[in-house]
Design a binder for this molecule. Structure first.
Ligand code: AMP
Length: 190
């Protein structure tokens, strides 16, 4: 069982690299952003609440997202090779909740892949993605807000995982395959 967290700012390539990790390691994908977008599309109460935060470039409250994560994790069943957590955790409270959740299931986070990309490149990528993604939050103004929230709320997790000796820094700029080669190596070594 290998539980992987893919960590990085919005636009750092978490989704793209997750697809490659899944193809090689056969782990289950849990993307909290995808789960929330599906709820918004289905116009559920949860989706309506989440949209208020997402469209403003803010994080959805911890209590809400932690409940969602627990439900999605249980829905994957016990007979799996592991999970890639994409876009979760995004706060220290979420990381602590994830540790507890996995411990209750006799598991742990095995490795954290930290995709490191400079700000100018992140904004360029998000704006470019917005032309085809149809995402309400993929525009320059919201991207800047998301990035500023990332530094305030999410980046402290880097130290959290360095202390646990789980953080593997990966240069997130260059060709997708070159970046992935380093990710694959880090997962195998974990
Ligand atoms: P993503 O697709 O991962 O970029 O997520 C899109 C948006 O969904 C984020 O900007 C947040 O508003 C919300 N979201 C996704 N995952 C989380 C999370 N773990 N905690 C809080 N909000 C989240």
């Amino acid at each position: 069982m290998k539980n992987i967290v893919i960590f990085g700012a919005p636009g750092s390539g978490k989704g793209t690299q997750s697809d490659k990790i899944i193809a090689e390691f056969g782990v289950e994908h849990i993307s909290t952003g995808d789960v929330l977008r599906a709820e918004i599309k289905a116009n559920t109460e949860l989706g309506k609440t989440a949209a208020m935060y997402i469209n403003d470039g803010n994080l959805v409250p911890d209590s809400l997202i932690i409940d969602i994560l627990a439900n999605v994790l249980d829905s994957k069943g016990k007979d799996i090779k592991g999970v890639i957590f994409d876009g979760f955790p995004r706060t220290i409270a979420q990381a602590e909740a994830l540790d507890v959740m996995l411990e209750e299931r006799g598991q742990k986070v095995d490795v954290v892949i930290g995709l490191e990309v400079d700000d100018a490149e992140l904004i360029n990528r998000i704006v470019a993605r917005g032309k085809t993604s149809g995402r309400a939050d993929d525009n320059e103004e919201t991207a800047k807000k998301r990035l500023s929230n990332y530094y305030k709320q999410t980046l402290p997790l880097k130290d959290f995982y360095i202390k646990q000796q789980k953080y593997s820094a990966i240069v997130g700029v260059g060709s997708i395959d070159d970046i992935y080669a380093n990710i694959s190596k880090a997962i195998k070594e974990a």
